[in-house]
Design a protein around this ligand. Structure first.
Ligand SMILES: [Zn+2]
Length: 385
């Protein structure tokens, strides 16, 4: 099967991540995608492992062991997509127009998955295949909590090298940021607003927290020397809520913070530093909320000189004549893979600007080129090890 009809199949299969909201039912799981990938890999002769990470939400792993002593190359792509609310196109109808294929997941990241699966089929069916063992990991829940890849690496899935499929416009991404997200709450004492001097206003308390965080960003984040590939660290307050009615002194307010971390920082340390900073202001009274479903994820970085990056660079150059080695600000499953000791590059067709967008699309020619590059990565890697 060639890559275009394969990608059309994948786009038409619903695998919407409920993103922690109240959606339920088969369309809000990766089950149908998992069955499709399972059948595809099984037909090629893979040993299949399914990991039930959450009910009806599995990871699928297909292994092709050709040599007991050869290194393992893993191709990894997530099966889930973000929600389809607000889309201006039919999310599950993979229309092709002017060289672009539309649909939810067409770019992020079913294009990567389709190109990897076709590359694997060519490698497996080639009698003159590179001296490597091959693995494909289709991961659930990348878009919300990274629980698929976390489960996989905690349960024995490993490899000597990996390619994590995300839209990089066929460039090689060797570093990305991480993020810490959490809530801070202020309390108060409610009274009638006409007697406000008898109350304690939680919003006024929160105003002090907000001013301190703005100052923290200006004095502690902005001056820090950024990472050469991903730039500097940031903290931003994204949401605020609180209060009861216009004539009541509010006794609660809550904000949501997003701190983007550098590859060398941990999300936990970054969060703790801000909490300590606030705690050192005697006039600020706040509580940290730890109980929410926000995800913390680390950044990642691998050396541009390592065998995998060099092989991938040669592979790109042999197919397209050029590539760029980049860092990106967004997170990916690669963060967990590198943390688990698997050297990983992020690579794939499509532009991150179209990921999650209202008219998500991917350039079909890039998807076709990606097949050749994925195949070439295995060949160039085998030559270097
Ligand atoms: Zn993605």
């Amino acid at each position: 099967m060639s890559v275009v009809p394969l990608l059309q199949d994948l786009v038409s299969i619903r695998s919407t991540n409920p993103m922690g909201r109240e959606f339920s039912g088969h369309d809000y799981t990766e089950a149908a995608m998992a069955d499709y990938v399972d059948a595809y890999l099984r037909k090629l002769g893979a040993d299949i492992e399914r990991q039930e990470v959450k009910p009806d939400r599995p990871n699928v792993i297909g292994r092709f062991e050709f040599h007991a002593d050869a290194p393992w190359l893993m191709y990894e792509a997530h099966m889930d997509t973000v929600l389809v609310e607000g889309m201006t196109i039919d999310p599950f109808d993979p229309v092709i127009k002017d060289g672009l294929m539309y649909g939810r997941g067409s770019c992020d990241t079913k294009a990567s998955m389709a190109s990897m699966l076709v590359a694997i089929s060519r490698l497996v069916e080639n009698a003159d295949r590179p001296r490597l063992n091959l693995m494909f990991l289709a991961a659930m829940d990348e878009e919300f909590q990274f629980s698929g890849i976390s489960h996989a690496v905690q349960n024995g899935v490993t490899a000597d090298f990996a390619v994590c499929g995300e839209p990089t416009e066929l460039n090689l991404v060797i570093a990305h940021k991480g993020a810490a997200r959490w809530r801070i709450r202020t309390g108060g004492l409610s009274t009638h607003s006409s007697k406000c001097d008898d109350g304690i206003n939680a919003l006024y308390r929160m105003a002090k927290v907000l001013n301190a965080i703005e100052k923290y960003h200006a004095t502690k984040m902005r001056p820090r020397k950024g990472h050469p590939l991903v730039g500097g660290p940031t903290v931003s307050v994204g949401r605020i809520e609180g209060g009861q009615t216009v004539n009541t002194v509010p006794d609660w307010a809550c904000i949501e913070l997003d701190r983007r971390t550098l590859p060398e920082e941990t999300a936990e340390d970054a969060r703790a530093e801000i909490i300590d900073y606030l705690a050192n202001h005697p006039d600020i009274d706040f509580e940290v909320k730890h109980d929410e479903g926000f995800n913390m994820f680390g950044g990642m970085e691998i050396s541009p000189d390592c065998t995998l990056v060099q092989a991938a660079r040669s592979a790109c150059e042999s197919v397209t004549g050029s590539t760029e080695i980049l860092g990106v600000p967004y997170g990916a499953d690669a963060g967990k893979m590198v943390a688990a000791g698997i050297p990983t590059i992020v690579f794939g067709p499509g532009n991150i600007l179209q990921a999650h967008s209202a008219d998500e699309f991917v350039e079909v020619a890039q998807v076709e080129t990606a097949v050749h590059i994925h195949e070439a990565i295995a060949h160039h890697l085998a030559e270097r090890i």
